[in-house]
Design a protein around this ligand. Sequence first.
Ligand SMILES: Nc1ncnc2c1ncn2[C@@H]1O[C@H](COP(=O)(O)OP(=O)(O)OP(=O)(O)O)[C@@H](O)[C@H]1O
Ligand SMILES: [Zn+2]
Ligand SMILES: [Zn+2]
Length: 805
Amino acid sequence: MAELVQVIVDVPTMQTNRPYTYRVPEHLERQVQPGMRVMVPFGRGSREVQGFVVAVDQPGEFDGDLKDLAGVMDLSPVLNDELLKLAGWLADQTYAFKITAFYTMLPSLLKAQTTRLVRLVDEVDEQTRLALFADQDELDLAKVQTDPLALSQLMRLRRAGKVVIDYRVHDRARAKQITTITPTLSFDDYEGERLGVLKNAHAQRNLLDYLQSLAGKTVPLKQAQEESGLSAATFTTGAKRGWLKKGQAEVYRDPSGALPTSPTAPPTLNQEQAQAVKRINQATDQRTAETFLLQGVTGSGKTEVYLRAIERALANGRSALMLVPEISLTPQIVSRVRGRFGKQVAVLHSGLSNGERYDEWRRIKRGEAKVVVGARSAVFAPLDNVGLIIMDEEHESSYKQDDAPRYHARNVAKWRAAYHHAPLVLGSATPSLESRARAATGLYHRLTLLHRVNQRPLPPIQVVDMKREVQARGETNYSLPLLNLLTDRLNKGQQSILMLNRRGFSSFVMCRDCGYVPKCPNCDISLTLHMDSRSLKCHYCGHEERIPNTCPNCQGHRIRYYGTGTEKAVAELQTYLPTARIIRMDVDTTRRKGMHEKLLTKFGNHEADILLGTQMIAKGLDFPGVTLVGVLNADTGLDLPDFRSSERTFDLLAQVAGRAGRADEAGQVVIQTFNPDNYVIQLARAHDYERFFVQEMNLRKLGAYPPYYYTVRVMGSHPDEQMAARVMQAVRQELVGQLDSQTIILGPTPRAIARLKNRYYYQIVIKYRHDPALHARLTAIMEGAQQQFDRETQVMIDPDPQYFL
Ligand SMILES: Nc1ncnc2c1ncn2[C@@H]1O[C@H](COP(=O)(O)OP(=O)(O)OP(=O)(O)O)[C@@H](O)[C@H]1O
Ligand SMILES: [Zn+2]
Ligand SMILES: [Zn+2]
């Protein structure tokens, strides 16, 4: 009767996307658990690959054909039961390989082939210590793989918490160590030692004084040197004389060490906030997996509501997960959460080094961090006993991952909330239409914050028609009304924020005279510019036309690729306002780590008058000194070939306008546009999300777009363009007639970036309302693609795509 395990191997192909059975060698029996990584022989030649144990079977008859596990990578599971289940669901929902789903949940350090070090962290009996570790306090796990006795002893020590396992790729990725010193003698014994020290050996005498003052306490060597003023060499001498013991302590890298974390006293909640907190806390207490939509205008104090709700979850002995769109863009939120909950907070985001990320992940896994703040992938944080999940700015498209697994963090959050019986709070000033619609049908519980805190008004918005400005003064980024207000703020010593929207840079054309943007005659969305073929294409239906020389609307000759750079905008502004101190913020100036925070801190300290940046400045900033916000080009983005372009533009305008007048001084907003009458601009000007919602829903209904329809995109790629097109034609044929009568299949069309890494991409878009057969059909198509065509064929499926380019 041999023990058998089911293993998903790290061979990401369609054929290997299922568990393989392995026999557990005798010395590992009853040691291997689901969620552990193992090494297994695989395929022809039986090379060793990494894999994840997904199940341990009841001991069964030994089957001679089965291979043995080659070894274990972990002494305890890296994925718990919840995350294992979640991975299975994720792979299925997003049409991804199971192995890809596993790796998505883990810090990248655990993905690579790493050296695994077992380290002693507690006293063990001398015999075991010598036998296993010789005179070291760490050992390479690979070296004892073939020693059954040693392995089982280590697993026992691991369960007793006496050893930990560390992964080493490069040195910097290890758990960070510092040297410590510990006094070894009693106060009186140090007095005795004094007698043996030469009169003029001042350093050693001072060392004895210092050691006495420690009263047995362990301190970092660096701190000891600073406090005593003694050199490292003196401490080494002390160690040789037996006065102190040197040791190693593990410290966590602190990814947000630079952020201010002054403890903040919570303000008294206003009535709207209190009401929202009360409802959420009720659900937390009663452990109901209810979804709330917290719809609060900018500056209404949503963050404070989150903090109070987290407080309640913690008070109930549970943990909390808070998702934010992109942490490096919202350092202020992180510092507020840290300010409230201190060391209990772990921060996860893409800007961390591998080592930092791994440290934070371990702190969470060990239960040392109970609150996790992080961007998209933090939704997989290995928290136990989750009592609350928050998703700030829930409408942000960055919550959807573009690569496999193509998941939306909102759906994962929902799954985990249900698993833990915890409420999920979706917060936004401008909810996604999907979420707002669900709140309308009662699926979500809607909570509103209609007013800014302290009843400050939302800032008035002036819309400036740039067509007239450009006619009167020639090409410029700055209208007269905006320049006048900027000058006024400069004179008053107040600050301004200017946004240059670069979304969709150069990917469409627009008439500079009348604002006309060519649209698809079939789909009513803007056409995408293809420079290679000098044509305009529609990505839904494949319609194609030449770039016009004259404007079909006004017969003007100034058809331009739309877009303008921040650098140019700053230079132009400086000519109008030579004395203004301007900070430029875009991908170029924030590429270096920490620069984003630095620039914001500088602006916060009023070391600059104007912050000019791309849409990265729109989010979450809370600067009391800002009384003017200007949007230089509201149109960019408005006419992108995407049914969500209006929604995104509205969101962005509402967000950026929300940065003005958050403190005592009233704010003012200027929106420059070539389309002043566009309903998106008009409703943003009126701060009227609710009317925008109603109007946009009507358009979505007419166009059969989400949230009335679900969408899924099927992409096929091949090194040969003909083949890529043929594959997608065939996929279409397989679906036609097999789906619900209301289901719509569009395409195939070439993708905007039709060729990537020497592969050609074609896609079809499927729109459906209710189609129970679709999921299984698509899964089958993906699984069968390589057999049906050739090995070079790839079929990828993207459920609910955020972009269609
Ligand atoms: N009850 C309160 N009393 C006084 N001040 C408050 C209260 N609640 C929040 N604030 C303060 O009001 C400001 C705005 O709050 P907050 O940033 O939470 O709003 P928000 O809704 O998250 O805004 P946005 O969506 O624009 O980022 C913050 O400086 C916050 O400290
Ligand atoms: Zn025109
Ligand atoms: Zn079209």
